[in-house]
Design a protein around this ligand. Structure first.
Ligand code: G6P
Length: 612
């Protein structure tokens, strides 16, 4: 949460920072700001609202500077407002800071500073941290870097911070713990950001800063140190990402671009791993750790949000194919209870961003208890990818729309391959079934493409129901988690209240909501549960609820019970969730856009949740 950008070098810093902030707006968008340093001193501009509001606010100002830092905020301490926006400046007016994270013990530090006569202009923990640093700098007559190091030993919480100092007008001092920081290495210039998207245009050589590291960044020098003041050698990585991947490419929104990318992102995910001709799956992360995985006493899946829904689908698939007990946990619950984690346990962590704070801390805890961590992550080089013992990337490319779409189908594809591979090694699947499922999986990109060709049909359904105040999503078996995901997508993007339920559970409560105004979305594809879900449709119809169903092509029963239906190509029931979720993604997109909502940046949400 919160996006940060910094630059030091020969270019004009302001336009570069603004462009970078726009790319990072998915991380938060309730206010933004920049701090610039030039011959006339430190200048800070900030504004409530989107980055475009900031741009308007600075029209006519002198923005000349070759060094600067910028921030786009997702509020934690203090309401979204001009004065709580970052950057914050210190009491002396010489230092400026931007911060992504939370300083948990800020209240105590604030009290100490107030006693010393400090006053504050914002409600933020960040301004407290900055004045604490400046106070140490003054009292110890030390450099900013030393003061920062001393301060960080006192603070608890998470941070990625960038600092600039009027008295050292070419240097950015940065530090990270828990919130991401990437530094791009240019020729006589350096770029700093929360992820690589603001950097990719200028250089492909980057350094991912680790927790408890400080960076002293000048145009032609990058020094990394640990909190013990020892130098650390920067490990330079080459970015494997193209600029086009983070642009809208002619689509109205990133979300719809990402929905339509799914045939190719799923293909990229399977490519090099799934060999339908040879009837094989090749995944080095599984192969190298096969003993650990196939002999697991138990698999625990830890994730949040949409990734948690992918975990629920995986629970059904892994138990079915591998006969290993699986538990799926919300990371935020797991980390604060006293879970039983033993040496023979395998943890599968699922995360698009690889930076979700709750997931990250939950994994650290499980790792301490001796669990083996297998990460399924989209962002290459992210924190979760790095703390996992092994893993598999989803290869969906940058996902920018706040509501996750292509990352979800990528997660399902990887989880499916993981389950198949373990089952094969464990001998819990016949060769025939394995080959059939491998074949089915290889056909998925084509089937997704076929569904997307009929997107207009979903748009028409969305038009009919866009003014509903509630929605119910029902599914059974492998499609129950898809019902949860359909409801979550709609809530996120259209602000319509929606609930996902196992279809049979509907009788134990939600059925009381049904009347002739309630749209009920059934995922009613042809599978083991088909007859049962048809009965559930009858029950809704008898109460005059409006039925929208996702059915298998050729189904002669479900369409007759539905007010609207959408057909998808047939697929094995284990794989079906990768297909059934697509019309639900489209439904939320078309309802959201019909209501005029900025679907890429819905209110109150952020894509990468780096606070608890
Ligand atoms: C946020 C996003 C969701 C995402 C969840 C988990 O809530 O808005 O789309 O599913 O975080 O994020 P992760 O990056 O760990 O998958």
């Amino acid at each position: 949460m919160c996006g940060i950008v910094g630059y030091t070098g020969p270019r004009q810093a302001y336009p570069l920072i603004i462009k970078g902030l726009k790319r990072l707006e998915y991380r938060g968008y309730d206010s933004s700001g920049v701090a610039l340093l030039n011959g006339t001193g430190l200048k800070v501009f900030k504004k409530k609202g989107r980055v475009t509001d900031l741009e308007e606010a600075v029209i006519g100002k002198n923005l000349e500077a070759n060094i600067g830092i910028g921030h786009t905020r997702w509020a934690t301490h203090g309401e979204p407002s001009d004065r709580n926006a970052h950057p914050h400046s210190s009491a002396s007016g010489k230092l400026a800071i931007i911060h992504n994270g939370i300083i948990e013990n800020y209240a105590q530090i604030k009290q100490e500073l107030v006693k010393k006569g400090y006053s504050f202009t914002s409600d933020t923990d960040t301004e407290v941290l900055l004045n604490f640093i400046e106070d140490i700098q003054k009292n110890n007559s030390c450099t900013l870097e030393e003061a920062l190091r001393i301060a960080l030993k006192r603070v608890s919480g998470a941070y990625c911070i960038l600092l600039i100092d009027q008295d050292d007008p070419t240097t950015i001092v940065a530090a990270r713990k828990g919130s991401p920081l990437v530094i791009g290495i240019g020729k006589g210039e350096h770029f700093l950001a929360s992820d690589a998207s603001p950097i990719i245009e200028y250089t492909k050589e980057v350094v991912y800063v680790n927790d408890y590291e400080l960076a002293i960044v000048k145009p032609d020098e990058l020094i990394l140190k640990n909190l013990g003041n020892e130098k650390v050698t920067p490990y330079i990585t080459k970015l494997d990402m193209e600029l086009a991947a983070i642009e809208k490419g002619g689509y109205d929104h990133f979300m719809i671009k990402e929905i339509f990318e799914q045939p190719s992102t799923i293909y990229d995910c399977l490519r090099g791993r799934l060999d339908a001709e040879a009837g094989a799956i090749r995944m080095s992360g599984i192969e190298k750790n096969i003993e650990q995985l196939k002999n697991a006493n138990r698999i625990m899946i830890i994730a949040c949000g949409t990734s948690w829904h992918a975990g629920l689908v995986a629970e059904y698939i892994i138990e079915e194919l591998c006969r290993i007990p699986v538990e799926v946990e919300y990371a935020s619950e797991f980390r604060y209870r006293n879970p039983i984690v033993n040496k023979g346990d395998v943890i599968i962590a699922i995360s698009q961003s690889g930076e979700t704070a709750d997931t990250l801390v939950a994994l650290e805890k499980a790792k301490e208890n001796g669990a083996f961590i297998f990460g399924i992550v989209n962002v290459v080089g992210s924190s979760i990818a790095r703390i996992s013992h092994a893993g598999a990337y989803t290869h969906a490319g940058p996902e920018i729309g706040v509501a996750s779409t292509k990352a979800f189908t990528g997660q399902l594809a990887v989880l499916f391959m993981v389950a198949l591979k373990i089952a094969q090694e464990k001998g819990t699947i016949s060769t025939e079934r394995f080959n059939n499922l491998v074949n089915e999986l290889s056909e998925i990109p084509e089937k997704v493409d076929a569904i997307l060709k009929n997107a207009e049909e979903v748009k028409k359904i969305a038009e009919v129901y866009k003014n509903a105040s509630d929605f119910l999503f029902l599914g059974r078996g492998y499609n129950f988690p898809v019902a949860l995901e359909g409801a979550l997508k709609l809530k996120e993007i259209s602000y319509i209240h929606a609930e996902g339920y196992p279809a049979a559970e509907m009788k134990h409560g939600p059925i009381a909501l049904v009347d002739d105004t309630l749209p009920v979305v059934f995922i009613a594809t042809k599978d083991t549960y088909h007859e049962k879900i048809v009965s559930n449709m009858q029950e809704i119809k008898a109460r005059r609820g409006k039925i929208i169903s996702i059915v298998t092509e050729g189904d002669e029963v479900s369409p007759g019970l539905s007010d609207h239906y959408f057909s998808i190509p047939p697929a094995d029931e284990l794989i079906a969730p990768i297909l059934t979720v697509i019309p639900l993604q489209l439904l939320s997109y078309y309802v959201g856009t019909a209501k005029g909502i900025d679907v890429d940046k819905p209110r109150n949400l952020a894509k990468s949740v780096t606070v608890e």
